[in-house]
Design a protein around this ligand. Structure first.
Ligand code: BGC
Length: 396
């Protein structure tokens, strides 16, 4: 910056420069002080009954948003964000005890693989060869089988940048694991940035043709994880169509319009508005438990798939993804039987999930986007959970 010409006197010019420099120095010291927080810390999360140690990684951003993730299942155990008044709360369901997760606590917060959601009859074929999976949901297979990716201890590495914290989780899923063909190398990267976005990048390769469908199964309550019903939350889902299911939640193969059904969330509405509908789909799902086909401007473009808003707290969560679908599940099968962190009790419809994914049972549905991964190809997919607030009550 040039000195004002008024200061033609050398003495005044000197005073001006000293003033200017001290402002600059103060600003950069303040900036350093602002950066002076740990974007990632690591501590023990206890041990499993078999003696395996579980590590907890806390990712923090400049505005104080904090996400805690464990190496068991890459599980998000807490996610603290501010409400419209600046008050922080943990908006995701979870547990204090690692063994609860290991025993399969509704897959809360976990990375799901090798195949998220259901596969009909626990069977599928690739190139004429049939594969059989554990039938762990009635006759169907769900969420990767008995010991899915949610129960593995993942390898971890972490790093920080000027504007973000990054946790890299890797694992190898051996050939034949849970009945799936091919050794699959999986990487999941969680990045927390200063825009209050939790970015999840998934990638995978295989040495034999296989099927794969990865997601995160976090349960949310934007009023706080133990705050009760989510029926007041307003949801908008950017989907004109969905995949209707049979009574066992397996897609019929049809692709139907949401218009005129309780599944029409194209304009935001309260979850409670149509959840007791007598519509057959709502009866089959015991509420909302459906895969919505996201309106992508172009295939695989990162798109706003859904927005959730609680008029009570003013918290908003936007979900962006390049995946073709999102499973909107309203926690219909939660039953208060598990004691959560801070002794919270999670009863039916006290949390919801927005699981970005390929369509359920895709391996048996040639008309759905393919979930086959072949040697030499790499699966790459991104989902972003973004948090903001809106003070005034109103629809999205
Ligand atoms: C499914 C639900 C299931 C839940 C927990 C969701 O992805 O759609 O039907 O109850 O996961 O397994």
């Amino acid at each position: 910056m040039s000195d004002p010409f008024l200061f033609s006197c050398p003495f005044l010019r000197l005073i001006w420069r000293i003033g200017l420099y001290s402002v600059l120095v103060t600003a950069s010291v303040a900036n350093m002080a602002q950066e002076n927080f740990d974007r990632i810390t690591v501590e023990s999360f206890g041990t499993l009954d078999d003696g395996k140690a579980v590590q907890l990684f806390s990712l923090k951003n400049r505005s104080g948003m904090t996400v805690e993730i464990i190496d068991l299942g890459g599980i998000i155990v807490s996610l603290e964000v501010a409400d419209a008044e600046g008050v922080f709360a943990d908006v995701t369901s979870g547990f204090d005890i690692p063994q609860t997760y290991a025993e399969g606590a509704g897959y809360m917060g976990a990375i799901i693989g090798r195949f998220a959601n259901r596969i009909s009859g626990g069977k599928f074929s690739i190139d004429g060869v049939q594969y059989s999976l554990a039938q762990n949901n009635g006759d169907n297979s769900i969420h990767g089988g008995l010991t899915g990716y949610d129960k593995k201890i993942w390898n971890t590495e972490y790093s920080t940048d000027l504007n973000e914290a990054r946790l890299v989780l890797t694992t190898v899923s051996p050939d034949g694991e849970e009945g799936y063909p091919g050794r699959v190398d999986v990487t999941v990267v969680y990045t927390l940035n200063d825009k209050n976005q939790l970015v999840i990048d998934y990638s995978a390769t295989t040495d034999k043709a296989t099927v794969i469908n990865l997601t995160n199964h976090a349960y949310f309550n934007l009023d706080g994880h133990g705050a009760g019903s989510i029926l007041n939350h307003e949801i908008r889902i950017n989907a004109d169509r969905y995949t209707p299911v049979d009574s066992t939640s397996i897609p019929t193969g049809a692709i139907e319009d949401v218009s005129g059904t309780p599944l029409d969330f194209r304009i935001a509405k309260a979850i409670g508005e149509d959840i007791e509908s007598s519509h057959q789909q709502i009866q089959f799902g015991s509420g909302f438990d459906h895969n919505f086909i996201i309106n992508h401007a172009s295939p695989e473009a990162l798109t706003l798939a859904a927005e959730a808003y609680s008029p009570k707290s003013g918290r908003v969560m936007n979900v962006y993804t390049d995946q073709p679908g999102v499973q909107f599940y309203t926690g219909n099968f939660l039953n208060g039987s598990l004691v959560g962190k801070e002794r919270a009790v999670y009863d039916s419809r006290e949390a919801f999930c927005l699981e970005t994914q390929h369509f359920p049972d895709s391996p048996n549905r040639p008309n759905f986007p393919s979930t086959v991964l072949r040697p030499g190809d790499r699966l790459e997919t991104r989902t972003i959970f973004e948090f903001l607030t809106r003070r005034a009550r109103g629809s999205l």
